[in-house]
Design a protein around this ligand. Sequence first.
Ligand code: GLU
Length: 345
Amino acid sequence: MARDMLGAGHIRGRLAPSPTGYLHLGNAWAFLLAWWAARQAGGDIVLRLEDIDPQRSRPEYALAVLEDLRWLGMDWDEGPAFPAAGSGDPLPERGEYGPYVQSRCAGLYAQALQRLERLGCLYPCFCTRKELRALAGAPHVDDSGAPYPGTCRQLSEAQRAALRQAGRQASLRFHGPSEPIRFRDAAQGPQTFRLDDCGGDFAVQRSDGVIAYQLAVAVDDGRMRITQVVRGRDILSSTPRQIALLRLLGYEIPAYAHVPLLCDAEGERLAKRHHSLALRSLRAEGVPPERIVGLLAWLAGNNPARRDVTAAELVPAFRLDRLPRTDRSLDGPLMDWLRHGAPSV
Ligand code: GLU
């Protein structure tokens, strides 16, 4: 059973950025909420770099992520640390649950795959993306979505061998429990999902050998003893998949809060392509971090006076239950606030 409240026991929250670009205001929003929720409860913060996808992650962004978090006023108790001058180590780590950088965890993910294999939950899938698109009747097939009908689950060993011989590379799919997975989300309320309704059997390892997001996150949240996950509501449907994996791997299930998203003026979720909303760009324009924090705190229902504030100043009074239920948009007046200061109340 998932913990159903944020705040029970000693809290271990986490920030899990992917170093695939510079952090933008949308990342800052989700990370600040996660940071405040843990710090307000007297909890620890674990920083984990999710650089599992070698095609999308870049080492130069890793240090930039650390710098941007620090500039915004967030600290962490465990995770990658700034290199000491002359140490030669580009990204040292501190904490007892390392590694905190996913590209350093291949052995741990391999062990988890072995365990799932022994439990009979994995099977090789030889479907190409094109075949998956045709099967799903959907234009986009990605990790978050189109239901997989289980085509390769029934293949015999002889059929698998023949496909391998024909040069087909297999991904590994997870076939989980069919009963509903329930959890209480501190921002979205009670949730019930059947895995079949959120994508069906999902990949835990891609056909090129890269470990899939769901497996890496479940293993890391589990082994790092994370008790509280605060992240964007776009990841909500991943949570039942991660809970299924956490259970089978023998880990405790964290409490979850999937927060509304920060969007641009058109209502589009902020993404790496919104370059002008990268923290680096705002910093270069001379926007002070306290103004960004003050505006995001106001959007989160936690800064009615619209003050410029540091992240630390808001910790004692922060309440996640003041968070609005709907996504927030950065419209023109809010951009003016960001660039020129808050309008008077
Ligand atoms: N690394 C993911 C991201 O940057 C976050 C995943 C998570 O919080 O589980 O979007």
